[in-house]
Design a protein around this ligand. Structure first.
Ligand SMILES: NC(=O)c1ccc[n+]([C@@H]2O[C@H](COP(=O)([O-])OP(=O)(O)OC[C@H]3O[C@@H](n4cnc5c(N)ncnc54)[C@H](OP(=O)(O)O)[C@@H]3O)[C@@H](O)[C@H]2O)c1
Length: 280
């Protein structure tokens, strides 16, 4: 099936690694020109070269800290100057700090607000005028399954990403008539480098095997495994395509079926509950 993405211009944020990198690759494989960004220039440039070699698409990289307004302004200007108007925006970020209410400081909340929520609002506001002018646009936010199943141990992520989903739903109607569509994708446990590091840290802290740590992370997931970054990328690419034209404002969970499990049975064994540091 032709997804209609050839020669579209995409900006995928926080994309030197993990979900962002997989999404950038998937869009590039469909023929889009893709801008990637992150803070570490060396890692970002390596990723750019890898993606370009693997996909033959035009890939540019822009160093940017998404928590900074001036970096976002520069990012948008650079992408537009080098690739043209952005038609597909993927709002992804780095991880906000984990923790429960008592563990989180005012500055944790302030910084994460800029990174997770304001970055997406600024970027979305920045790209919408040209999307409307062009009569075509896609904005896809990467959030978390905690939007639908709140997690007290990932309180900042849960709170601001629920806000991001609400923001998207709230603006979807006024954008729909311009063929500018917006969705929020909510991943469960996905085996990116960050998640695999977490499993290793849990194993070391809990004196268990890495596999046992992965089993704890995927406890209650009916499919019995972590998702692959490419599985998130496939969903985002479909949503970005010219094939899913009759849906907007959706919040879509992709979590191996975990949300279908009644909470009571998922957490029946309280001893299996973990916090983000991997302690029981
Ligand atoms: N993996 C999962 O299971 C999962 C599940 C639900 C939600 N999520 C969310 O999805 C997002 C991506 O997760 P991931 O697992 O792909 O993470 P990851 O593998 O750690 O990759 C994060 C990417 O974000 C970049 N980044 C971090 N802070 C940034 C900043 N301030 N400005 C610009 N770029 C920044 C990193 O590069 P630099 O460090 O060089 O900037 C890197 O490219 C995270 O926000 C995470 O909370 C992940």
């Amino acid at each position: 099936m032709d997804l209609g993405l050839k020669d579209r211009v995409a900006l995928v944020c926080a994309s030197s690694q993990g979900l962002g990198k997989a999404i950038a690759k998937s869009l590039a494989q469909e023929g889009a020109s893709v801008a990637i960004c992150s803070r570490n220039q060396k890692c970002l440039e390596e990723t750019r070269q890898t993606l370009e070699a693997e996909t033959n698409a035009k890939i540019i990289s822009v160093v940017a800290d998404l928590s900074l307004k001036q970096d976002i302004e520069k990012l948008l200007e650079t992408v537009e100057a080098n690739l043209g108007s952005i038609e597909i925006l993927v709002n992804n970020t780095g991880n906000p700090p984990a923790g429960r209410l008592a563990q989180l400081s005012e500055s944790d909340w302030d910084r994460a607000y800029q990174l997770v929520l304001m970055s997406a609002i600024r970027l979305t506001k920045g790209v919408i005028p040209s999307m409307i002018e062009g009569g075509w646009g896609r904005v896809i936010n990467i959030a978390t399954s905690a939007v639908e199943q709140p997690r007290g141990d990932l309180l900042i992520s849960t709170t601001f990403r629920a806000g991001l989903a609400a923001f998207s739903r709230a603006i979807a109607a006024e954008l729909a008539e311009h063929n500018v569509l917006i969705h929020t994708v909510c991943p469960g446990v996905i085996g990116t480098g960050a998640m695999l590091n977490l499993a290793e840290n849990m194993a070391a802290a809990g004196e268990i095997t890495v596999q046992a740590a992965k089993d704890r992370l995927t406890f209650g997931v009916p499919m019995g495994r972590m998702g692959e970054p490419e599985e998130i990328a496939a969903l985002v690419t479909c949503l970005a395509s010219d094939r899913l034209n009759y849906m907007t404002g959706q919040t879509i969970t992709i979590d191996g079926g975990k949300l279908t499990v009644p909470l009571k049975s998922a957490y029946a064994d309280a001893s299996r509950r973990i916090n983000f540091e991997g302690k029981l």
